[in-house]
Structure formats: C-alpha cells, structure tokens
Design a protein around this ligand. Structure first.
Ligand code: ATP
Length: 319
C-alpha cells in the first residue's frame, strides 16, 4: 500500500476531524500518501479529492464537523455508481480506503472491499448505534451538549412548574437519551428499545403529580412521537403547562470533548496500522477501552449493540 484515501460519511460527528488528522499523520509518518475524499461516497463518485499534508490537518483536532465534508448518497447502493467510484480511486492510484461513519457507511465499505478495494471502517456518529464498539466518535460530545440543554430546561421547568418534553437524536438507538436522562435527572424516559405508550406515561405523570412533584422533564428519542402533539395531549389530560423542545442539529456540532479526541486519534492511527498489516473489510471498535477490529459483515449481522437495560433500571431508581 502506497496511497490511502479517507472519507467521512453519513451524519457528521464531533471528533471526525481528529480522526482525519490521526490517519493523515500516521500514514505520512509511515511514508504513505494520503488523499482526502470530499463529501463521502458522493465525492468518491464525483471525483472530489484532495492531497492531504500535515498542514491541511493542523489546528483541526479541536474543531467539530468534518473538514472533508459529508453527505447522504443513497445512490451508492447502485453497482454502476460504485464501479465509477472505484475507477476514480484507481485513477488516483489509491490502494485502500478508510471510511469514517455509521452502519450505513460500513455497508458502503463492505461493498468496496468485495469489489477489490481494501477498506477499514471507523465508527463516527453521535448516535452510538454502530456495531462492534462500545462507543463511536462524537457520542460523548453530543451527550455533553444534550445534558447542558436539559440542565437549562430543568431550570425553567422548575420555575414555571411546567412539564418539558425534550426530543433527542439517536435515530433508532436510545443510548443518547438514556445516558442524558441519567446525567440530566430527567423524570421520564421514552426509548425506541422499550414499549412505553403515551397512556402509560400519562399514568406515571399523574402519579408523580399526586406525590407532590410539580415539574418534570421527559426525555424522548426522535422518531417515536410527534412531540408537539404529545405535549398537547399531556397538557390536556393533566392541566399542566407542557412544552416540547426539539434539540435538533445543535447536537451534532461543537468542539469535541477530550474523550472523543482521544478515541478518534487512537482509532485513526489503528486503522492505518491495520491496512499496513494487510487487513481489509474490517471495522474498528473500542471494547472495554481496548481497540479491536471485526469483520464488517459479522459486525453488521451479529454485533448489534445490546440494550443497556441496567442503565434504565438505574434511571428509574432515580426518579
Ligand atoms: P449516521 O449514523 O450518522 O446516520 P450512517 O453511516 O449510518 O451514519 P447513512 O446515511 O445510513 O449514515 O449511510 C451513509 C452513506 O453510506 C449513505 O449515504 C450511502 O452513501 C452509503 N450507504 C448506506 N447504505 C448503503 C447500502 N445499502 N449500499 C451502499 N451504500 C450505502
């Protein structure tokens, strides 16, 4: 391997830049050339590529987002699109590719590896829903942002004796919501992994009002309810002012926290090492603080993250 490519794909996540920097530095130090592909798989197809030197990645370890840009490009599931993309890579003499993203990006990496281009996946998404790793790059930074927002909602909810619903990202994974609920002291939690209907929620809210509680923060993962409608429902049934706040894209941005910078740096360096050792079609993970790598197919098929049911028990003990 002489030239490696790197791209970021799917939703951006704080710490992606630290991973790009780590890949670039490690690869250059090993005598390789590094090509940055812009805008994920879209840039691969459109041939948007730039040579990366250390100067390109200086002063980015502390910056959110991704300097390479990211994109959703569902057309990458089409074989002819992937063939054109691979041709673009070969034209630049790129021998291998490091892909930073979530599960969807891993599928892209798997296809490219099967088509003859060695790929390594690095988990980069705030959702922490990637197979084969305890944590993905960006998760801890998003958690800090969310908990800060919940703290603020707690202040105003308590002052106005209000019920607040806070909608948190995570796609179909409740990790962010669950962890943020514990850290933010939320009274109720609605997660994709657990059936908890609005009727059950209402019963629990009424109970807590009866027990003298005069405000509450309800944390809910996105895509489960229309939170504005849910707020109207609760207000109507409890006669308590109820407001919904969707945190939205602010959860994606911001300066990466120290853990994400270190995780990204370790994973980026490790991915280059794996390629140099001849590995391909692997995804990097961290399990019990140790870096590991798995076959992407196996990770996607068999290594779905188990739900942290003990965390939910803890959260409920704290109500
Ligand atoms: P996040 O968790 O932040 O959403 P992700 O990597 O899971 O990250 P997706 O949008 O699911 O985000 O996937 C990113 C990109 O990976 C897609 O836009 C597409 O280019 C590629 N991809 C996803 N699924 C496939 C597939 N089945 N075949 C080929 N490419 C795919």
């Amino acid at each position: 391997i002489k030239i490696i490519g790197i791209l970021t794909s799917g939703g951006d996540a704080p710490g992606m830049n630290a991973a790009i920097r780590a890949v670039t530095h490690t690869a250059l130090n090993k005598g390789l050339n590094v090509i940055g592909i812009q805008d994920g798989f879209l840039g691969l197809f459109k041939n948007r590529m730039i040579q990366l030197q250390k100067s390109n990645v200086s002063n980015i370890i502390n910056r959110g987002g991704t300097l390479l840009g990211s994109a959703r490009f569902p057309e990458f599931s089409q074989k002819d699109i992937r063939l054109t993309s691979i041709k673009n890579l070969y034209q630049r003499k790129i021998d291998a590719l490091i892909i930073i993203g979530g599960d969807g990006s891993y599928i892209g990496a798997k296809y490219l590896t099967n088509m003859g281009l060695p790929c390594i996946g690095i988990p980069g998404t705030i959702d922490n829903d990637v197979a084969g790793t305890d944590y993905s790059i960006g998760y801890f930074t998003a958690l800090e942002t969310i908990v800060e927002a919940i703290d603020r909602l707690q202040d105003t909810s308590a002052s106005h004796k209000r019920i607040s619903i806070v909608e948190i990202m995570g796609r179909y994974c409740g990790d962010l919501t669950l962890a943020a609920s514990i850290a933010g002291g939320c009274e109720f939690i609605i997660l994709p992994e657990i059936t908890y209907t609005k009727e059950n929620l209402l019963i629990d809210i009424k109970k807590s009002i009866k027990n003298g509680k005069n405000h509450a923060v309800i944390a809910i993962t996105e895509h489960l309810y229309d939170v504005k409608k849910l707020a109207r429902y609760i207000q109507e049934k409890t006669k308590r002012e109820t407001r919904a706040t969707t945190l939205g894209y602010i959860q994606r941005g911001g300066t990466p926290v120290v853990y994400d910078r270190i995780l990204a740096s370790r994973m980026g360096s490790y991915a280059v090492k794996l390629l140099l050792e001849g590995y391909q079609g692997r995804c990097v993970g961290i399990i019990n603080e140790v870096l590991v790598h798995h076959d992407i197919n196996n990770a996607l098929k068999y290594m779905k993250k188990p739900f942290k049911s003990d965390w939910l028990v803890t959260a409920k003990n704290l109500y």
